[in-house]
Design a protein around this ligand. Structure first.
Ligand code: SF4
Ligand code: SF4
Ligand code: SF4
Length: 300
């Protein structure tokens, strides 16, 4: 490929424009879609998941698949594009000869101030007023920024699709009047799951801890982590043993992710400029080589 000086200057111009846009973009506190990331308490519902009551029957996992039209004949080993709710059978014993299994239901935490929403460049993930963090596959372009931003590793890529996108629990099982309660909650035979107003769920969780302090660790996971989530957990063992990330900040993540995200256009522009320079340098016009002209011998 020959890159002329004019092409090189054009590429540099485009890259510089990208850098400029990036720099301008990084000044705004808004998300990439131009919409402000929702903050503060809203009219929200959530689910209290009492892991001490869970019996590991996986009825919730199966009910979720049915409600979302996903294959029910798999044996999932974790959350995936076709498993939006997964019951993790955690062995919390340090002694391999004496396993101690604690089942824990995992799904999207429906964060109060979701990092996935703040990084999605096309607005495919949206925090709803009812607390759900909804996902719209029709808008998703499969960039996977949300996968990198989520501190809980929730969005999963559909590697088997020719047009891969991500998938996650959107509480779509309740959308369009399908149900007033999530399918997983309705299905639980052990009453380990309670759906309701987040503030009331927090009061109920605190009451359970104070009434039985030997049964529970004195923490409601999701009350404060990364600014709070609408999925709240109670446990009888430290949450790290159940696979929850320890040491998460108590403030919301979008500001942290925004700091990284806002630099992407600048970095991209710089890389483009550099690559354009290298392409021009390696393909710049070479001095014409001497090509011998065939001697014409005229017939006598
Ligand atoms: S809320 Fe709905 S989509 Fe989410 S885990 Fe429960 S059943 Fe599945
Ligand atoms: S858990 Fe992850 S995917 Fe779910 S709302 Fe929070 S950041 Fe988004
Ligand atoms: S249905 Fe209830 S008891 Fe059964 S695995 Fe799910 S949360 Fe646990």
């Amino acid at each position: 490929m020959n890159v002329s000086r004019r092409d090189f200057l054009k590429l540099c111009g485009s890259s510089a424009a990208l850098v400029g846009v990036g720099a301008k973009f990084s000044e705004t506190p808004l998300g990439t879609t131009g919409k402000a990331v929702p903050t503060g308490p809203r009219y929200e519902y959530g689910v209290l998941i009492d892991t001490t009551k869970c019996v590991g029957c996986k009825t919730c996992q199966q009910a979720c698949k049915v409600a979302n039209g996903l294959p029910t004949d798999e044996r999932p080993t974790g959350l995936s594009a076709t498993t939006l709710c997964f019951v993790d059978m955690k062995n919390i014993s340090a002694d391999v000869s004496k396993p101690a299994i604690k089942p824990v239901k995992r799904q999207c935490m429906h964060c109060e101030n979701p990092a996935c929403v703040s990084v999605c460049p096309v607005g495919a993930i949206e925090k709803k007023e009812n607390g759900a963090v909804a996902y719209d596959a029709d808008k998703c372009m499969g960039c996977r920024y949300c996968m990198m931003a989520c501190p809980f590793g929730v969005p999963k890529y559909d590697w088997n699709s020719p047009n891969p996108k991500i998938n996650k629990c959107s509480q779509a099982c309740m959308a369009e009047g399908k149900s007033k309660t999530p399918a997983c909650v309705s299905a639980c035979p052990a009453k380990a799951l309670t759906y309701g107003n987040r503030e009331e769920l927090l009061l109920a969780a605190k009451s359970r801890i104070s009434q039985d302090p030997t049964k529970y660790v004195p923490q409601i996971y999701g009350e404060k982590e990364i600014g709070g989530t609408t999925m709240l957990y109670l446990s009888g063992v430290p949450f790290e043993q159940l696979g929850f990330p320890a040491g998460l900040p108590l403030e919301a993540l979008p500001e942290l992710t925004w700091n990284v995200q806002s630099k992407i256009p600048v970095v991209l522009g710089t890389v483009l400029t550099l690559l354009s320079g290298i392409a021009w340098w390696t393909h710049r016009r070479q001095p014409a080589k001497h090509v011998p002209v065939p001697v014409q011998v005229e017939a006598e």
